[in-house]
Design a protein around this ligand. Structure first.
Ligand code: KIV
Ligand code: ZN
Length: 409
């Protein structure tokens, strides 16, 4: 069965696919080093960025957005160095619609085996009026000019309609058509402010792709923010609407509430490949390593209950769950810890733990108690767990040693 296969599967090679070859290939576009770094407190040094890029490249991410070269000399240099070093991934740099911005970005990504320029401009009424202070027709002209400028430098050009989900539909379609006409090979419609809902986002892709005559000439892309906690659901809905590139960041870091989390997107596709029938190129066993690296270098801790990479993601404390897990791991786990690079499930001993888990823990610690001593020790363990929030192995050892000592008196 597909579910069992993927949850226990070993995706060791980045080129390994998750399903049969007729399944559509999704491109994973990682923006940890650009949008991710834009969130308060997450800035990374030059060396740290190179380290993150190396892991992403090894992991099989298709496109790495390495930075925003015009933003600072440091950003320019790190994008240029990542471009030089990347072995497989496309290396993208971000630029606004201005020519000097685009030219600087081109200079930074030039050395990559596969360079991409990602250029964007806002298309929503509120952004055009208040942020850009430009008329829609001038924005449309800028779309064409910026994409053409980028195409003079590289063949791989992505164009984004910033605040795409709050853009007037007809105008969005005109911009998309113009960008493709000017040579854009990827069209990104971001949910910049995390405003969309899954149905709405899916329909937007369906409608735009239907309405724009040259839409089959470009790959459509999703880029979702998590302001309402729907970034991953929206991303997958956009894919259901025909998008084939997903923009995301490790640990979901990014502006405000963050971007869609790479590890959640990837594991959703892997675990529910029965209903999300796509292939991806990411080696999922490297997810934990990438998560830990990004959390450390960006000084951005991962919440305990974060899906996939949180410290509790594979931890079980309640007696009923621990008992089930000991009988069969699929009772309470839909994916294996090793499939994401976590060594093992952890049964956390606490007041919710039952006899079954307590017995296993004693075995693990090397104790073999008789029935009476076991019942006694279990009762004392429960009393302790009621008083103490965390019961460590040492606490249990102390309790058992005392128990054994009592028995010998
Ligand atoms: O959220 C957004 O709109 C962006 C664009 C620059 C792609 O990050
Ligand atoms: Zn963004």
């Amino acid at each position: 069965e597909n579910h069992t296969d993927v949850s226990g599967g070993t995706s060791t090679s980045p080129s390994s696919s998750l399903g049969t070859s007729d399944r559509d290939r999704l491109l994973i576009f990682d923006t940890t080093l650009r949008d991710g770094e834009q969130c308060p407190g997450a800035s990374m040094t030059f060396e740290e960025k190179l380290q993150v890029a190396e892991v992403l490249d090894d992991m099989g991410v298709d496109i790495i957005e390495a930075g925003f070269p015009i933003a600072s000399q440091g950003d320019f240099e790190s994008v240029r160095e990542i471009a030089r070093r990347a072995e497989r991934a496309v290396i993208a740099g971000l630029s606004r619609a201005q020519f000097n911005d685009i030219d600087r970005c081109a200079e930074a990504v030039r050395a990559a085996r596969r360079p991409r320029i990602h250029t964007f401009i806002s298309t929503s009424p509120i952004h055009m009026k208040h942020k850009l202070q430009m008329e829609p027709e001038a924005v449309l002209q800028a779309v064409v000019a910026s994409v053409k400028r980028a195409r003079n430098h590289v063949d791989d050009v992505e164009w984004s309609a910033e605040d795409g989900t709050r853009t007037e539909f007809e105008f969005l379609c005109r911009c998309v058509e113009a960008a493709i006409g000017a040579g854009a090979t990827t069209i990104n419609i971001p949910d910049t402010v995390g405003y969309s809902t899954p149905d709405e986002y899916k329909n937007l892709f369906i409608r735009v792709r239907e309405a724009v005559p040259n839409s089959d000439k470009a790959v459509f892309s999703v880029h979702c923010h998590d302001d309402l906690g729907m970034a991953e659901a929206n991303s997958l809905a956009g894919v259901a609407g025909g998008a084939r590139q997903i923009e995301c960041a490790v640990n979901g870091i990014g502006e405000r509430a963050g971007n869609a989390a790479l590890e959640e997107i990837v594991m959703a596709i892997k675990t529910r490949n029965d209903v999300l029938p796509y292939t991806i190129g990411v080696d999922t066993t490297m997810l934990m390593r990438a998560s830990k690296l990004v959390a450390a270098v960006a000084s951005f801790p991962v919440q305990y209950n974060k899906a996939i990479v949180g410290r509790n993601a594979f931890a079980h404390e309640s007696g009923i769950h621990q008992d089930g897990m000991l009988k069969h791991t699929q009772t309470y786990e839909i994916m294996t810890p090793d499939s994401v690079g976590v060594k093992s499930t952890s049964l956390v001993m606490g007041k919710h733990s039952g006899r079954h888990a307590f017995g296993e823990k004693l075995k693990e610690l090397g104790y073999d108690l008789g029935d009476n001593a076991f019942q006694d020790a279990f009762k004392r363990f429960k009393d302790l767990a009621d008083r103490k929030k965390h019961v460590y192995d040492e606490d249990i050892e102390a309790l058992i040693d005392e128990e054994i000592g009592n028995a010998h008196e």
